[in-house]
Design a protein around this ligand. Structure first.
Ligand code: NCN
Ligand code: DMD
Length: 335
């Protein structure tokens, strides 16, 4: 079947369902996107896995977060024990969950629930030089790519945990979108006005080290985040495996932008779950020409927003597969 024939058959199948044409709005577009990714008019969307990548950030030493770096490690143990928002949302929505130590300060986790794949114990501080070496970046991308291709999941979501990572994501977004740095900076975990002023000063200094940087590989190494690098790699791997990718909030979308700049085709597999309360998210979404499904004021990360849209995306595919047509149900069409 040619692409044109496939598109015509897909439109006919959706328009043939027992509803006024277009009445399921963006649910129809979602169903069509899944059908295109899987290259079938009868897509399958039964299983989903959330992988949370956790890492620490050298820049967090400079007062850019409302919380201390040790929270990253503590939250990983909370994920392992099943107590975080991501655990609760996964459980209620039938999404599998795994946690990866991408580079948390304090070393390996000795609990079986955590996969230890650390690149280093936190990145270097991007105020002074690159957050990671090129070799570290490539190792993180490769580890992520493997994870994106593992298993037999129909859909995958990638979450993150890392105190200071809104700073990393903001610097990456500044480089890759060309938006003014100040317009991208937000309160992250909840900085007060003094903290926000500090964050503006620190990020201004870090960005000034590499003015005019636009290359995605370079921006990733300069401003880092081992979890951001692994998410970008995982998205590339998942898209290659023709899996649906549920994209979470500000940090995950910065990783998505890196992945798309590296391999533009992977954009087709991405579903953007929600608009984060972090102000810079909109600029990244604009750069990706993405309109997220939800706008709930979320700013947690962990993949929570991505998991919330899983039932919606599954519903879209159920519409395509299981809903009766005007013909099959004997319902009269338009006059
Ligand atoms: O996903 C988002 O949109 C989001 C927005 C703000 C904060 N976060 C989470 O908060 C942490 C980073 O915030 P900060 O202030 O330490 O840079 C990190 O663990 C993220 O998962 C996440
Ligand atoms: C408690 C806490 C939980 C988080 N989950 C993701 N980022 C987080 C940041 C903090 C501070």
């Amino acid at each position: 079947m040619t692409d044109q024939d496939f598109e015509a058959a897909l439109a006919a199948r959706i328009d043939g369902k027992t509803k006024p044409q277009g009445a399921l709005g963006r649910i129809e577009a979602l169903a069509a996107q899944v059908a295109r990714v899987q290259q079938t008019l009868t897509p399958r969307l039964q299983s989903c896995c959330l992988t949370i990548f956790a890492a620490d950030h050298g820049i967090a030493r400079h007062g850019v977060s409302a919380y201390p770096s040790e929270v990253t490690r503590q939250m990983v143990l909370n994920f392992a024990a099943g107590g975080a928002a991501a655990n609760v949302f996964c459980k209620v929505n039938d999404v599998a969950l795994q946690v990866v130590n991408s580079g948390v300060i304090g070393g390996r986790f000795l609990v079986p629930e955590v996969r230890n794949l650390p690149i280093a114990e936190g990145t270097a501080c991007s105020l002074e030089g690159p957050a990671m070496t090129r070799a570290q970046r490539d190792a993180a991308l490769a580890a992520g790519r493997d994870i994106g291709q593992e298993g037999a999941w129909d859909a995958v979501a990638f979450g993150e945990m890392g105190i200071g990572n809104t700073s990393a994501a903001t610097l990456i977004a500044h480089a890759l979108t060309g938006s003014e740095l100040d317009a991208l900076i937000g309160r992250g975990t909840g900085l007060d006005d003094a903290g926000l002023a500090t964050k503006r000063r620190v990020l201004g200094q870090a960005a000034a080290r590499r003015p005019g940087l636009t290359d995605p590989d370079e921006a990733l190494a300069e401003f880092g985040g081992f979890e951001i690098a692994m998410i970008a790699g995982a998205m590339l791997g998942a898209a290659e495996a023709r899996r649906i990718i549920l994209v979470d909030g500000f940090i995950a979308t910065a990783a998505a932008l890196i992945a798309v700049r590296m391999e533009p085709m992977c954009r087709d597999a991405m579903i953007f779950a929600h608009r984060s309360a972090e102000p810079g998210h909109q600029a990244i979404l604009d750069a990706l020409q993405a309109e997220p499904l939800l706008d709930l004021g979320l700013r947690l990360g962990e993949g929570t927003g991505a998991v919330l849209v899983w039932p919606m995306v599954k519903s879209a595919v159920a519409m395509l597969n299981d809903m009766a047509s005007f013909d099959s149900a004997g319902v009269s069409g338009r006059v």
